[in-house]
Every structure is written in structure tokens, then in C-alpha cells.
Design a protein around this ligand. Structure first.
Ligand SMILES: Nc1ncnc2c1ncn2[C@@H]1O[C@H](COP(=O)(O)OP(=O)(O)OP(=O)(O)O)[C@@H](O)[C@H]1O
Ligand SMILES: O[C@H]1[C@H](O)[C@@H](O)[C@H](O)[C@@H](O)[C@H]1O
Length: 366
């Protein structure tokens, strides 16, 4: 596996034997996640259908907290998030930013409008058009804590992870995993998100010191898989088709888990975090990709959320801390129960109906 640090960099000799695996009795490995939280506005048919917390760092935090090893007594997985938002940030109390608060800036929070097409998305076509409407400050090398980390995740969404910041991550972390979207996104005058060839960016020279580079199938042509795989392991995610790993001398396909897609946002982020968590548990890269596929599928499903939105009218005031709870069946009980039962039934049914999922979550070397 390629190493993040060069031999004369910050790490001791022999430290690279098991990059992401804590030995018994040693403290849990600490991670560094770099990329900003943002505001996502979801638009369908010209109408705003949702506003949510976004930013790969938010999805990654949630998955790492759920899936990475932690010390017995500790409630949270050990990693820090370096993220920047403006004073307009609307989700400071959402779980991920509340646990790992962002740095506050004078510029507004990065914000995206995601325009979804009504046509059913094909496996390879982009299922949404993204426009960046605000950009927060970049993350500078000096914003990173001045200590060593076992692993780093560079997960920018709007060009905020500068080349010099990635270089600093590489110096601080034993292994760095990078989302290509942090490196190759370009924005036209209107904020529309496009891509540039990775080879033409200042990030290209850093690839030999990156462990894993993850790209979506849409980003893969800009990454140049054949060149990049000679420098680091490249993982190309392909939505409902799972993912492929390419390294110098081999490749493998890891089949997906079945999912009923509700919203594709965050699938790639959740995949990368699941993959990193797999490596932390000591899994092989292909088995870690299996865990990545699992979290990617879970991210797109959101079946339960959709049911709640559809079946239950939102209360005007939430009743959680100290306010009234009732223990009666609500008026929507029967409908809600039936909908949840149906969702639970859908998973194995879809697995049978879709022969391409027959080997769901399995690995084939190619
Ligand atoms: N419809 C789906 N069914 C099953 N698994 C899926 C589906 N969509 C995504 N996944 C899982 O999530 C992973 C990442 O998805 P995808 O390739 O769409 O990422 P992405 O385009 O980077 O997503 P985004 O930019 O929306 O976060 C896939 O490799 C797959 O494992
Ligand atoms: O919240 C989302 C998400 O983090 C995606 O990974 C990214 O592609 C989008 O730009 C962002 O708005």
C-alpha cells in the first residue's frame, strides 16, 4: 500500500508496517478529516424540496462515529474535523457539527443548489446538477492541528482543501485518503460545478504520497485512472453498480448492496468513510470497500425518512426535552406501521428481483 509520508518525513521507521491498524493495548488511532460543512438546497422541477446540512465532512463524521473502532469507555470515535463556515451556518446543533464544531469565518457558509432531474437517473448519468452559490474561506495549512494523525481524509466540496493544505495533511498523517471531488472541481461564473483534469492541477505531484484516491464514475475520466493507479490505489464508485479498485498491477470489482434510492447526496462521502473505517478495523482494501458499499447504499436509501415525511405532518413545536410525551397510539399509527413493514420487506424482495444484485456485496478480482 502506498504511504502518505516520504521516508524522511515525520514518521519513525517501521511505523508503516500496519498503516491503519492499532495494535492491542495501544491507544485508538486518531484521524484528521479536512473539508467544510455546507448548506445544500435540493431543487426538483424548479421547486425547493429540501434544505439540509451538507459537506462531505458531515456525512463522513456520521459514518466514522458509527463504524470506526473506539476505545471501550469513549463515546465517540477519535478523529478531528477541520471545517469552515460563516455566521449564517444553520446547522451548528446538528449531530456532526455539534460534536466537532467548525471554525467560524467572516465569509458566508459554502452553499450548493442541487438540481435533480425528474427522469429516473441511469447508472452512469449524473443524477443532479450542482451550483455553488456561496464559497466560504479555504482551509489553510495553519488551520490544521500541529500533531500526528494515524489517517487523514481530504474531503473538500468547493476547492477549500488547498494543495498546500493537502501537502500538510500528508506530512501529519500516516495514510491519507482523498476524495477526487476535493481536487478537480471547477466553478464557472455562475457557480456551476465542472471538472478539470487532475494532471493539470498542483495536486497531481502529491499522488504518490496519497494512499487511496476515490472518484465517482463521472469524475474518473478527469482523474485519469490508468496514470493515477501507478501512483496510488484508485477507487471508482459507480452508484448502484458498486465500485472498482485499481492498483498498479491489478483491479477488483466489489458488487453493491441493494438499495431503493431516495436521494443520492452523500453516497460517495459515506462510501469513503465506510472504506476508511474498514481499514481501521484491519480489513483488506477490497473488504473495506465492501463496508464502503454498505454505507453508500444506506446513504441513498433514506427509506425511513421518506416514510416519516410522507405519513406524518410535522409538529409545529418539537416535544423533546421536558415537554409532554404521550403513550397512546397516534392517529397515523396503522398507516405508519404498514409503511415501515413494507419498507422492511422491500430489501430482500429487491435483491431477488434484481439479478445484478445476486452477488450483492461480493468481490470479484478482474
Ligand atoms: N442506488 C444505489 N444502490 C446501491 N448502492 C448505491 C446506490 N447508489 C450509491 N450506492 C453506493 O454508494 C457508493 C457511492 O455512490 P456514487 O458512486 O453514486 O457516489 P457519488 O457519485 O460520489 O455520490 P455523491 O456525490 O452523491 O455523494 C457506490 O459505490 C455504492 O456502493
Ligand atoms: O453535501 C454534498 C455532499 O457532500 C457531496 O459530496 C458533494 O458532492 C456536494 O457538493 C455537497 O453539496
Amino acid at each position: 500500500m502506498p504511504l502518505a509520508a516520504e521516508p524522511d518525513d515525520t514518521h519513525e521507521e517501521g511505523e508503516d508496517q500496519q498503516l491503519l491498524l492499532a495494535k492491542k493495548g495501544e491507544p485508538t488511532l486518531e484521524g484528521l478529516v479536512v473539508g467544510s460543512y455546507c448548506h445544500d438546497v435540493l431543487i426538483r422541477g424548479g421547486r425547493v424540496v429540501g434544505e439540509t446540512l451538507g459537506g462531505a465532512a458531515a456525512f463522513v463524521s456520521n459514518v466514522l462515529d458509527a463504524a470506526s473502532p473506539r476505545e471501550a469507555e469513549q463515546g465517540e470515535a477519535p478523529f478531528v474535523v477541520v471545517s469552515k463556515v460563516g455566521r449564517d451556518f444553520a446547522y451548528a446543533s446538528a449531530p456532526a457539527p455539534a460534536r466537532r464544531p467548525p471554525l467560524l469565518c467572516a465569509s458566508p457558509t459554502t452553499s450548493f443548489h442541487a438540481q435533480f432531474s425528474d427522469a429516473a437517473a441511469s447508472a452512469h448519468a449524473p443524477d443532479r446538477e450542482l451550483r455553488r452559490v456561496h464559497a466560504c474561506d479555504p482551509i489553510y495549512p495553519a488551520d490544521l492541528p500541529d500533531r500526528r494523525f494515524a489517517y487523514g481524509l481530504a474531503v473538500g466540496v468547493a476547492g477549500e482543501v488547498l494543495p498546500e493544505t493537502l501537502e500538510r495533511m500528508i506530512r501529519l498523517c500516516r495514510a491519507v485518503l482523498v476524495d477526487a471531488q476535493a481536487l478537480i472541481r471547477a466553478f464557472d461564473g455562475d457557480g456551476a460545478v465542472g471538472h478539470v483534469a487532475l494532471e493539470d492541477t498542483p495536486y497531481a505531484r502529491l499522488l504518490p504520497r496519497v494512499a487511496f484516491l476515490k472518484a465517482s464514475s463521472e469524475e474518473a475520466p478527469y482523474v485519469g485512472v490508468e496514470t493515477a493507479r501507478r501512483r496510488c490505489c484508485v477507487i471508482v464508485t459507480d452508484g448502484r453498480d458498486g465500485c472498482r479498485l485499481y492498483w498498479d498491477g491489478g483491479e477488483a470489482r466489489v458488487a453493491p448492496f441493494p438499495a431503493v434510492q431516495v436521494d443520492p447526496t452523500g453516497a460517495g462521502d459515506s462510501f469513503l468513510a465506510g472504506f476508511a473505517a474498514g481499514l481501521l478495523w484491519g480489513l483488506s482494501a477490497t473488504d473495506a470497500a465492501l463496508l464502503g458499499n454498505f454505507f453508500g447504499a444506506a446513504a441513498v436509501s433514506q427509506a425511513v425518512k421518506e416514510i416519516l415525511e410522507e405519513k406524518i405532518a410535522k409538529r409545529s413545536s418539537p416535544c423533546i426535552n421536558g415537554t409532554t410525551f404521550t403513550f397512546d397510539r397516534s392517529s397515523v399509527h396503522d398507516e405508519l406501521h404498514a409503511a415501515l413493514q413494507e419498507a422492511a420487506r422491500l430489501i430482500p424482495e429487491q435483491q431477488q428481483a434484481d439479478p445484478t444484485n445476486g452477488n450483492c456485496g461480493d468481490i470479484c478480482s478482474v
